[in-house]
Ligand binder design. Structure first.
Ligand SMILES: Cc1ncc(C[n+]2csc(CCOP(=O)(O)OP(=O)(O)O)c2C)c(N)n1
Ligand SMILES: [Mg+2]
Length: 274
């Protein structure tokens, strides 16, 4: 990948982070930590990796992006608006009554949102079902499924991996946000037995790649590699910093689901180069 392309993607990710902070401050509720931490992954997917056309969101050959940990949808909404699915001013309606941009995504709201999510675990099963259906139709589209460490405490996650491995769904790329936080504290306190994660996924016959999930080049390389995996689904464990880009949000689980007031949002936006 050319340096110029990587630099443009990094700049795009900063724009998306600014949009996330602005929309969350306007909404007065929502989830900044995971959204900011995964902004680089969403940018790579929407602006470089997935085969999609915002003007043809129902194209049967499009890649499917399934967000399973629905609470980080501000990152998806911001990436989609920047990619041209809808106008950016609509981002300011996040979480308002009658808005298409609810705090957890709704499938029939905005064209391009493939699944409803919020209840953790479900999207992983949806992704496996879609991937199986694509195989049955001999459709070469891929499924990209974003999940989180807290979500992998759900039993349903592991049922879905069994199904995906049994059916050799090598058309799925999972990207797991390994940010070490969840709603009530560090994952290492709440559920330390999540580890060893890599070995668990390997035991479930997933093809595991570990990366720095805030390094654009590593993200692009891993996603590219996953496209050619044969036989097994790929699990990219993306080590990210929750709240990435805003010093006073970073690595603090208290920003899982709390929004900054206008003053703090201004400070955050300055750090993000506004
Ligand atoms: C089935 C289910 N149980 C509980 C919740 C409540 N909940 C919402 S987010 C969350 C924490 C999930 O951890 P993670 O996605 O790692 O959080 P983050 O890294 O974004 O802070 C929980 C328990 C839920 N949405 N669904
Ligand atoms: Mg987490």
């Amino acid at each position: 990948m050319e340096n110029k392309v990587v630099d443009l993607l990094k700049e795009k990710a900063r724009q998306i982070r600014r949009d996330i902070v602005t929309m969350l401050a306007e909404a007065g509720s929502g989830h900044p930590a995971g959204s900011l931490g995964m902004a680089d992954v969403f940018t790579a997917l929407y602006f470089n990796v997935i085969n999609h056309n915002p003007k043809k969101p129902a194209d049967p050959n499009r890649d499917r992006l399934i967000l399973s940990c629905g609470h980080i949808c501000p990152a998806q909404y911001a990436a989609m608006a920047n990619a041209g699915y809808f106008q950016k001013k609509e981002l300011m309606t996040l979480r308002k009554i009658n808005s298409r941009l609810q705090g957890h995504p709704h499938r029939n709201s905005i064209p391009g949102i493939e699944n409803s999510s919020g209840p953790l675990g479900q999207g992983l099963s949806v992704a496996a079902g879609i991937a199986k259906a694509l195989k049955m139709d001999n459709n070469k589209a891929r499924v990209y499924c974003i999940t989180s460490d807290g979500e992998n405490e759900e039993g349903q996650a592991w049922e879905s991996y069994l199904f995906a491995a049994k059916n050799k769904l090598d058309n799925i790329t999972y990207i797991l946000d390994r940010n070490h936080i969840q709603i009530d504290g560090p994952t290492d306190d709440v559920m330390p037995s999540l580890e060893p994660m890599k070995e668990k996924y390997e035991a479930f016959n997933l093809n595991v790649i570990e990366i720095d999930g805030n390094d654009m080049r590593q993200i692009l390389d891993a996603l590219e590699k996953s496209k050619t995996a044969k036989g097994n689904p790929t699990m990219i464990i993306a080590h990210t910093i929750p709240g990435k880009g805003v010093s006073f949000f970073e690595n603090d689980y208290k920003w899982h689901g709390k929004t900054p007031d206008k003053e703090l949002a201004e400070k955050a936006l300055k750090e993000l180069g506004a």
